[in-house]
Design a protein around this ligand. Structure first.
Ligand SMILES: Cc1cc2nc3c(=O)[nH]c(=O)nc-3n(C[C@H](O)[C@H](O)[C@H](O)COP(=O)(O)OP(=O)(O)OC[C@H]3O[C@@H](n4cnc5c(N)ncnc54)[C@H](O)[C@@H]3O)c2cc1C
Length: 422
């Protein structure tokens, strides 16, 4: 095996999705001439996930429109694809990746980009998509979920979890004419992320779009419906969501949206540090010659004189991390530069776009800097420890981006408020 700069060298990218694909593109655009092997558990070439809860679920986009890389592009970039294969082990020191068919891939550089998988409810008695119980992460999930919610008139869709995925699925299903109920354990949706004021606004969005939102409820499990579940004039529901207070919520389709966990099981004996993700340094190195990017990576994020181990589950950061990880691999650990993005994410729901820059927290001080909650269009500033930490906006994209330089400069909370007032 040669050094990474040599044409005889090999980079193995594990995870054929956004971060992995951005790493592949970057290796080539930065002049890497060696071999690239892209390993992916799914049979699909890389595609984008945001449309899965939006346009693909709504039926306004065919699945092909979400594709990130087709075979013409992978041929052009001379990528050897190994799809439908799962990596089951990594020897980080030896840079060897073992696949589920026993193949061992030796590499000079490894990119870990295995993303995250939905958390499952524990008490579902073996029920799954064929029974109408779904999670939503893959294209196959989205296509199957769409078939289920459009397979009958006014399907009763019960969504467990009022996070961003839950809200987007609720919004899309309501738009498809489904009767949608959302069950959320918190008293205010998204309060730990966006705070109670903005979270309360999110709750009002569900309700004003005809979605039944039950807050502060605990789901005990999901089971098949029986004769005893048939209400007056209603048939036996295919599924029933049981709540801890003994309430039974009938459903044709149940979608579990209770968050995701990083896919690190295959790295257990790798020698890497795994703690809520693959722990990396500030340049995305998990070990010499091994970098991680995207939803699976937890790296030392330096911002405004602070440093924290952070893992972010959003598109923009995953895309930027794929680029940064490839650059780091090519530069080598000593010469690589730190990955210091200003995190950004968006969510489309109920006809509006949420956009968030920075890293908000539920306990932050929140001030509306432009517009108002009543108007439904506003910019909110998030302050913590005397500093501006995040900015979120609904229907104010230009104004939001106007605050970006302040976040980049690490502005004090007082200066940010003065800027907003001026
Ligand atoms: C429905 C949905 C909607 C979203 N909407 C938004 C949005 O509006 N805005 C936003 O900012 N973000 C959104 N996101 C989040 C965004 O899509 C993710 O942050 C992004 O996909 C992360 O990319 P990734 O490459 O790190 O991981 P992933 O996209 O999860 O890809 C990881 C890939 O690795 C494969 N893999 C896993 N383990 C192995 C293994 N052992 N061997 C081989 N392959 C493996 C997986 O099969 C998968 O294909 C959404 C996500 C979903 C699911």
């Amino acid at each position: 095996m040669g050094e990474l700069g040599e044409d005889s060298s090999v980079v193995v990218v594990v995870g054929a999705s956004l971060a992995g694909w951005r790493a592949v593109e970057t290796l080539r655009s930065e002049g890497y001439g060696g071999a690239i092997t892209l390993v992916g558990e799914e049979l699909h070439l890389p595609y984008d996930r945001p449309p899965l809860s939006k346009q693909v679920l709504a039926g306004t986009w065919p699945p092909e429109k979400a594709v990130l890389a087709d075979t013409r592009r992978t041929d052009e970039l001379r990528v050897r694809e190994v799809l439908g294969r799962r990596a089951v082990g990594l020897d980080a020191a030896g840079r060897k990746v073992t696949l589920d068919d026993g193949t061992v891939l030796s590499a000079d550089g490894v990119v870990i980009a295995t993303g995250a998988a939905p958390r499952q409810l524990p008490s579902v008695g073996g029920l799954g998509p064929r029974d109408g119980l779904f999670t939503l992460r893959t294209m196959d999930d989205s296509v199957a979920l769409r078939a289920a919610v459009t397979g009958r008139d006014s399907a009763r869709v019960v969504i467990i979890g009022a996070g961003f995925i839950g809200a987007e699925v609720a919004s899309t299903c309501a738009g498809l004419g489904c009767r949608v109920t959302v069950l959320e354990a918190l008293d205010i949706p998204l309060a730990p992320v966006l705070g109670p004021m903005v979270g309360g606004h999110c709750a009002s969005l569900y309700r004003s779009h005809g979605v039944t939102l039950q807050l502060g409820v605990s789901v005990a499990g999901v089971r098949r419906g029986g004769e005893g579940d048939a209400g007056a004039g209603a048939g036996v529901p295919p599924l029933v969501v049981e709540l801890a207070d003994a309430q039974a919520v009938p459903a044709d389709v149940v979608v579990v949206g209770i968050g995701v966990a990083p896919l690190t099981g295959w790295l257990e004996d790798s020698g890497l540090t795994i703690e809520n993700g693959v722990v990396c340094d500030d340049r995305l190195f998990a070990a010499d010659g091994v970098v991680a990017a995207g939803d699976v990576a937890r790296w030392r994020w330096r911002y405004d004189g602070t440093e924290e181990l952070i893992r972010i589950e959003h598109w923009q950061v995953a895309a930027e991390a794929g680029v940064a990880a490839a650059r780091s691999l090519l530069a080598g650990r000593a010469d690589a530069t730190a990955f210091t993005p200003i995190p950004y994410f968006w969510s489309d729901q109920f006809g509006i776009r949420f956009q968030v820059l920075g890293s908000p927290g539920g306990g932050d001080e929140v001030v509306i800097a432009d517009g108002s909650l009543d108007e439904g269009k506003f910019v909110a500033l998030y302050g913590r420890a005397g500093r501006l930490r995040a900015v979120m906006a609904i229907g104010r994209p230009r104004q939001l981006m106007g605050f970006r330089p302040l976040l980049e400069a690490g502005t004090s909370w007082d200066d940010a408020l003065a800027h907003a007032a001026g």
